[in-house]
Design a binder for this molecule. Structure first.
Ligand code: SPD
Length: 291
């Protein structure tokens, strides 16, 4: 851009990422740099540097994770089930291409093998290059990273797992079957007798119908189903949920605070008190799930 004296003006870029919810509201983050943008057969994948939360991964414009608050989600999806199971050795992660869940799972010494099944190689490659603190354990000797459709994997594998973690995007497009009955029937088949499955379960404020449906599907497959909540900065509404479903193990009765202490691990969000408190649900959510 030039002025009448032919001097160069400074062009000040005012760049933001904006994730809108249901076309009626949105949240924005100021972007200082675009680090990577690409399109795969499945989606558009971006990593941007934000002023507020560091580097941020977006799939099709939806915020997946940020350096600033990823620890909340990744600790809560992993340590809640891993500290309830008596001896978690084999872990399966469906989705989770950024590697954050894998990183947390591998902090547990009992874990002999963690298989991560991510459909989109572009997500894994982009996070490897631009989100090193999150993707740091993709090459761990105990990790097996498969680029494959998780729905097909659970249908066809004969392997058994103590813990299955569904680290999915929202239930639209290719992720929709990850919220379906057939999928959970197959997950159940893969579980060892003390097996636990934990799933990304959206927001109690904005996705009450999704939570209700997911609860019904899980109850049709598992003898114990509970929801638990966490607070984060990047997903719309702040308060989000996971489901905990098992063939018998209870997230409160079978939770071992001693195991947390003996692990010697230090967490940024997860604590034994928070583990228990996360299962205390607001009244509107309890009523929705019971209705
Ligand atoms: N609305 C976004 C929900 C995305 C949950 N998955 C995040 C992946 C982090 N590993």
């Amino acid at each position: 851009m030039t002025n009448s004296n032919h001097e160069t003006d400074t062009v000040c870029l005012d760049l933001w990422v904006e994730e809108n919810h249901a076309e009626i509201q949105a949240q924005r983050f100021r972007v200082t740099k675009v680090l990577a943008s690409g399109t795969s057969d499945f989606q558009r994948v971006d990593v941007v540097e934000t002023q507020a939360l560091g580097r941020m991964l977006l799939n099709d414009g939806k915020i997946m994770t940020s350096e600033g608050d990823e620890f909340v989600y990744h600790e809560m999806i992993s340590h809640v089930p891993l500290f309830c199971h008596p001896n978690p050795r084999q872990v399966l992660i469906i989705g989770g291409g950024d590697g954050g869940t894998l990183r947390e799972v591998l902090r547990h010494k009992s874990v002999e093998k963690a298989v991560m099944v991510e459909i989109d190689a572009l997500v894994v490659d982009t996070c490897r290059s631009h989100l090193p603190s999150i993707s740091s354990h993709l090459d761990d000797p105990r990790a097996q990273v498969l680029i494959q459709d998780g729905v097909e994997f659970v249908k066809s594998t004969d392997d058994k797992f103590d813990i299955v973690l569904i680290d999915s995007t929202d239930p639209v497009g290719m992720a929709a079957p990850l919220f379906g009955e057939e999928f959970y029937g197959n997950v159940r088949r893969l579980l060892t007798p003390e097996g636990i499955v934990v799933s990304q379960a959206e927001s109690p404020f904005y996705f009450a119908e999704t939570q209700k449906k997911l609860n019904e599907i899980l109850l049709s497959q598992f003898s114990l189903v509970r929801f638990y909540n966490y607070s984060n900065l990047t997903y719309p509404g702040g308060l989000w949920s996971f489901t905990f479903a098992s063939l018998g193990l209870c997230p409160l009765r079978d939770f071992s605070e001693l195991k947390v202490e003996q692990s010697g691990l230090m967490f940024r969000y997860y604590t034994p008190d928070l583990h228990r408190a996360a299962f205390a649900l607001p009244g509107f959510m309890l009523r929705n799930l019971a209705s």
